[in-house]
Ligand binder design. Structure first.
Ligand SMILES: [Fe+2]
Ligand SMILES: [Fe+2]
Length: 197
């Protein structure tokens, strides 16, 4: 029983997990920013990248407050989210659809972080470590603001643009189908499949 890990170990493991997650994000966000077609989206991701570097530094402060060595532990959760984001970038999407997808991928990462920081803050408060809770809360504020900024971009135009490209696509498909259906039962060769005017 004496070798059982304690709540302190769990707390520290979660900090190490988040430390690794933030570091993974400092490598993944530049790829997402580079792939974004929208200037505003690129700027939003780039500015959150700068904040993310601050988050890494803040967690190093937390290790100090805990009297522990700075170290990471592989965060499989954020690794999975990043893997899906990378798949999206390979998907050969049109610009508008890609931007909508990048927002969704980035928001998944933010929600993961919001959840992780939220739990750690609640634990720090329970342990009456206001100093740790306060430092974690500064990052949580950034994560929430980043999430809201992404929602504003999506709802302020990116989703509409993606939907417009979908409608255009449907329209083109419908226009392309018409001659085929008009020639059903006729002797026309494929090259004759143009609407009669
Ligand atoms: Fe972060
Ligand atoms: Fe974040």
């Amino acid at each position: 029983m004496a070798s059982e890990k304690t709540f302190r170990d769990l707390f520290l493991d979660e900090v190490r997990d988040l430390y690794d997650a933030e570091k993974q994000l400092t490598k993944a966000l530049p790829k997402l920013a580079k792939a974004a077609a929208s200037h505003e989206l690129r700027t939003a991701i780039a500015s959150h990248l700068e904040e993310t570097r601050t988050h890494v530094a803040r967690l190093e402060t937390i290790f100090g407050l805990l009297g522990a060595q700075v170290s990471g532990r592989h965060c499989a959760g954020i690794a999975g989210i990043i893997e899906e984001a990378n798949d999206l970038l390979q998907d050969d999407l049109d610009d508008a659809a890609l931007d909508a997808g990048i927002v969704a991928a980035a928001q998944r990462a933010e929600h993961y972080e919001i959840s992780a920081y939220g739990s750690l803050i609640a634990w720090a408060q329970t342990l009456e470590r206001g100093d740790i809770a306060e430092t974690l809360n500064e990052t949580l504020d950034d994560e929430r603001a980043a999430d809201e900024a992404l929602s504003s971009l999506a709802e302020g135009g990116l989703n509409d643009q993606a939907a417009a490209s979908w409608r255009e696509d449907e329209h083109e498909e419908a226009a392309g189908d018409r001659p085929i259906s008009e020639t059903v039962g006729s002797e026309g060769s494929p090259s004759d499949r143009r609407p009669h005017r």
